[in-house]
Design a binder for this molecule. Structure first.
Ligand SMILES: [Zn+2]
Length: 159
């Protein structure tokens, strides 16, 4: 069986099945192939190329260009604080949390994004890890629904 795209003398396009190309020629000559719209027997094979090209063009969609990150974004000011005794205590706890994390979790460094993703998709077993992620990576991870937390950085450790 062979499917032909056909067109009548009035420009109606339709498709029909034939046993082979000879069968189409024979049936067309005997005016057995008629247009389903206007019943015209003046039917010929439609030229397929332009339609195929049009279909192909529709399928290849150009992805929307992401807005370029603004290069002249202002550098955020470093957070500073005058701390009360309670806050000093909190800060100690924060330090403990950080120490606990870094002691018990696996430092994967720059591979953090990769490792977090593998865990999320079940490629490797879950474990506590810490490392580095660029803001872009962090954004991607959260968009993928991967939960992670920024490692607390203490002001006196920045230097
Ligand atoms: Zn027609």
């Amino acid at each position: 069986m062979i499917k032909y795209a056909l067109v009548c003398d009035k420009g109606h396009e339709f498709e029909s099945w034939f046993a082979d190309s000879a069968a189409f020629d024979k049936q067309a000559k005997r005016k057995l192939v008629t247009c389903p719209v206007c019943d015209s027997a003046k039917v010929e094979k439609a030229i397929m190329a332009p339609r195929l090209a049009a279909t192909k063009k529709r399928k290849t969609q150009v992805p929307a260009q992401p807005a370029p990150a603004s290069a002249d974004a202002p550098v955020p000011a470093a957070p500073v604080a005058m701390m009360s005794p309670q806050e000093q205590e909190l800060r100690t706890k924060l330090k403990e949390l950080r120490e606990h994390l870094t002691k018990n979790a696996d430092n994967v460094g720059k591979k953090f994004t990769e490792e977090a993703r593998k865990m999320h998709y079940g490629e490797i077993e879950h474990r506590s890890i810490y490392g580095e992620a660029t803001p872009e990576d962090a954004k991607e991870l959260s968009e993928e629904g991967i939960e992670f937390h920024p490692l607390p950085i203490l002001p006196d450790e920045r230097n």
